[in-house]
Design a protein around this ligand. Structure first.
Ligand SMILES: [Zn+2]
Length: 214
């Protein structure tokens, strides 16, 4: 298969570019239930208050379960040293973070691992659950790039938080996270350094792919 862009299906159609979070000021769970885009995606997410929303799902139990799992994964990342470092790095670059309204799971198409559905100001981070769960997709990504699955998970979350940090196109985002990985490689040693060099190479490759296909 072609290089599995994390948002390949979305990038291909431009679908996500036009998928915006709904009107501000409404409780998000309300507004997402009335997604004004004819959004066919099955989706569930957990908002900042712990409220769970599900929409358009043909298997709501699974989507809700996967949304909870995804929220845990993201929270663990944000609490981890790796997550702290990246958020600090992004903030130090003066980026305009979007507001993360929730984390969940959605049917994102065959080759997609995760995505941020957003309008540039507010967004939801979703892992792909379309039969295969997010983690098995991360493992598939790991095999594709010849890295271990923990590194692939870090790559995936760094990438998605690169979008949250305001890097809206794949090429700009990959360039941004590549620089971050290079900096981390310079700051670390041994296996850590090795990992960040690998992740920088993945980001560079994907940056070139994104530029080539645009
Ligand atoms: Zn992306």
């Amino acid at each position: 298969m072609t290089l599995a862009s994390l948002e390949q299906a979305l990038g291909g159609t431009g679908y996500y570019a036009s998928t915006t979070a709904p009107e501000p000021a409404l409780p998000f769970s309300n507004s997402v239930n009335h997604f004004p885009y004819g959004n066919p995606l099955g989706l569930s997410y957990v908002d900042q208050k712990g409220n769970v929303t599900v929409q358009n799902s043909d298997r709501p139990y699974e989507h809700i379960r996967e949304a909870g799992t995804m929220e845990q994964i993201v929270n663990e990342y944000l609490r981890s040293a790796e997550g702290h470092k990246f958020i600090q790095y992004a903030q130090s670059r003066g980026n305009n973070f979007m507001e993360l309204l929730g984390v969940g799971a959605a049917d994102l198409g065959e080759n997609v691992v995760a995505a941020v559905m957003h309008d540039g100001e507010k967004g939801i981070l979703v892992g792909n659950y379309e039969g295969n769960d997010f983690y098995s997709r991360v493992q598939q990504l790991a095999r594709q790039y010849g890295i271990d699955s923990k590194a692939a998970l870090e790559y995936t979350l760094t990438h998605e938080f690169g979008h949250v940090a305001g890097y809206d196109t794949e090429a700009r985002n990959e360039a941004f996270i590549k620089d971050y990985f290079i900096e981390r490689a310079a700051e670390t040693g041994g296996a850590e350094r090795q990992k960040y060099m690998q992740l920088a190479a993945v980001a560079e490759y994907r940056e070139q792919e994104a530029e080539r296909t645009n």
